[in-house]
Design a binder for this molecule. Structure first.
Ligand code: HMG
Ligand code: MG
Length: 307
């Protein structure tokens, strides 16, 4: 079996995670959370979203969060941008890496960003052209790659078509999202080679939500297909308010535990990620869902009690 020797983690906790929280998380806490994540060895930390504050009130403080986080050397902090207005706000705050986001499902795209897929590609073509002119790194998200929350059929071909369109407009990399956590490994094994036929594998990350407990299995399936970049969220935070039923991303701790256990390097310190998760958990109204986080915390508590 030829698995990648090294994997890059894109940390989602501050963006995908905090966009879906009912509790009000103060700006200071978001900044402190991201600063803790910056001390873990993570090289990519999605920081926030410059979307409409009416659409995602949880991240209405994007400008302040972005301006205040300590930018660690060697760490990139991409931000979500839905249109030129969001791009201008992101740039004014100092962002040099952005993510545009569309989907393979028409209904989801409409509900999420009030555009058809074709309209979104037109909007993002302008955003990406501007970004490239400014030397800004761009990621393109393709959501609902394994199924739509609204029942419309998503085919592997539609995922490939949107992915190719995003790359053609100048995106540097893609993230292929199982937004509602419905995918299974056989779907991953079917989709990834179709993408790889058109797009270099090293430009593709997979973004699995763990709604039905298949995310880690899907990570493993993707590794077997040669994928070496994964999105994950500290503590397993996350979800999209416009995808009914969507729960958190696969936990960063779970992915790190799996990868490190298999001898795959990430450069990320699992204990330091746990510390960041422990910190943000204190600001939330629910327990974290990452199993590795919970198990390692419990093991530490037992060891402390025994000493
Ligand atoms: P719209 O209502 O069609 O936009 O929303 P509009 O252009 O008509 O503007 C309406 C109002 O919003 C106006 O203000 C604009 O100025 C303002 P008003 O005149 O009413 O006072 N506005 C903005 N304000 C600040 N920043 C902006 C911005 N744009 C417009 N950038 C829009 C369209 C795309 C803006 C909206 O639907 C939106 O912001 N959607 C974002 C939804 C979202 O963030 N979803 C979650 C992220 S996607 C996700 O989680 C999936 C992912 O994790 C991958 C996966 O899991 O698959 C990435
Ligand atoms: Mg997501």
């Amino acid at each position: 079996m030829h698995l990648p020797k090294r994997v890059t983690i894109f940390e989602m906790g501050a963006r995908d995670g905090l966009q879906n929280e009912a509790a009000h998380v103060p700006t200071d806490v978001k900044v402190a959370f991201i600063d803790r994540l910056s001390a873990t060895g993570l090289r990519w930390i999605e920081a926030t979203s410059f979307v409409s504050p009416k659409a995602i009130p949880q991240l209405a403080d994007a400008s302040e969060v972005f301006a205040r986080i300590r930018k660690a050397p060697g760490v990139r902090y991409p931000v979500l941008v839905p249109n030129l207005k969001g791009y201008a706000r992101a740039r004014a705050a100092g962002a040099d890496a952005i993510a545009v986001f569309t989907a393979a499902s028409e209904t989801f795209t409409q509900r999420n960003i009030n555009m058809s897929i074709a309209q979104s590609l037109d909007v993002f073509r302008e955003v990406v052209a501007q970004a490239k002119a400014d030397g800004v790194w761009v990621r393109g998200y393709v959501s609902t790659a394994f199924g739509s929350p609204f029942g419309d059929v998503v085919t592997a071909q539609s995922v490939v078509d949107v992915s190719v369109a995003l790359m053609a407009m100048g995106c540097d990399a893609l993230s292929i999202g199982d937004t509602i956590g419905v995918g299974v490994p056989s779907q991953v094994a079917e989709l990834v080679p179709q993408l790889a036929a058109q797009i270099p594998l090293e430009r593709i990350a997979m973004h699995f939500h763990d709604t039905r407990g298949t995310a880690l299995a899907n990570v493993y399936a993707a590794l077997q297909c040669g994928i070496a970049a994964f999105d994950a969220s500290a503590g397993g935070l996350g979800g999209c308010p416009y995808a009914p039923g969507a729960t958190g991303n696969v936990g960063t701790e779970d992915v790190l535990y799996l990868l490190h256990g298999m001898g795959i390097e990430t450069g990320v310190d699992l204990a330091a990620v746990r510390a960041a998760s422990r910190f943000i958990a204190g600001a939330l109204d629910h327990a974290l869902t990452s199993k590795a986080f919970a198990a390692l915390e419990a093991a530490d508590a037992r060891a402390t009690a025994a000493s």
